[in-house]
Design a protein around this ligand. Sequence first.
Ligand code: GLU
Length: 310
Amino acid sequence: MQDLLTEIAEVAASDPDRGSVATYIPELAGIDPGQFGIAVATAGGEVFAAGDADTPFSIQSVSKVFALALALGHAGDQLWHRVGREPSGLSFDSVLLLERENGIPRNPFINAGALVATDTYLAGSSPREALGALLRFIRAAADNDSIHINEKVAQSEIATGHRNFSLAHYLASFGNLRNSVDKVLGTYCHQCAVEMTCRQLAMAGRFLVDSPRMPALVSIERRRRINALMMTCGHYDGSGDFAFRVGMPGKSGVGGGILVVSPGRASVAVWSPGLNRYGNSKLGTEAMERFAHRTGWSVFGVPHSGKDLT
Ligand code: GLU
């Protein structure tokens, strides 16, 4: 496994075509696209890493996985009255379907659906309390108390997040927000500004890997459902392509991070800030395709040899 990760990091390091860094959040616009990191936390308790696996990055929409787990902890299946479970086939910040579908976002991983999840875990508490609970969840999953929110990134997004504000106002107009738009947006932007390294994110992703050794933060049924949503909706309108190429549930963020789960085996985090046309990490996606091919890991079948890298 270590040799494979080292090889994958070397291939990525020498690739001249690195995609484009997200510029719509000013604080992220200056990130060096030359970086690449990958880490694997196995069900057996081992961690492997290569490249810039210890460099912190903005997890952005990867945070929606933790937010969904927290929102389900608050509302249970009631959440599904306020948000759907279908891929949108549209970009992450699209307003198109919200009007046609009466303010019920297609899924919890597009921005509109994630705002409903944030509104749900906010419940009656203050943003500080809600974000404290979110950080406690992530820190417990990662077994690391140093994970924090980058305030500059959060403020940068609040100052420029006109689309997210319009989505939140739209949701409010249909009665699908319980808290004020400002409160939900402020909390959401801080949630997206959580900073982690690949090593920390791979550790945190273990809560979605079925194994007796993993932290039991959610029930098995919930874990399976979150994984199903990651597979179908975790890469926006590139979700089908990611499932086709990688064959494992994954959630991307515009910071260039991707969290991938191989149920029963491991959690994988990959990061490279340059994005492809879907807004997902270009080299991260290519690295995961290589990783899946070489390990034989896929939720859609076992390799012919019947053995894999675990
Ligand atoms: N904070 C970002 C936004 O709402 C997250 C998008 C993403 O990572 O895909 O625009």
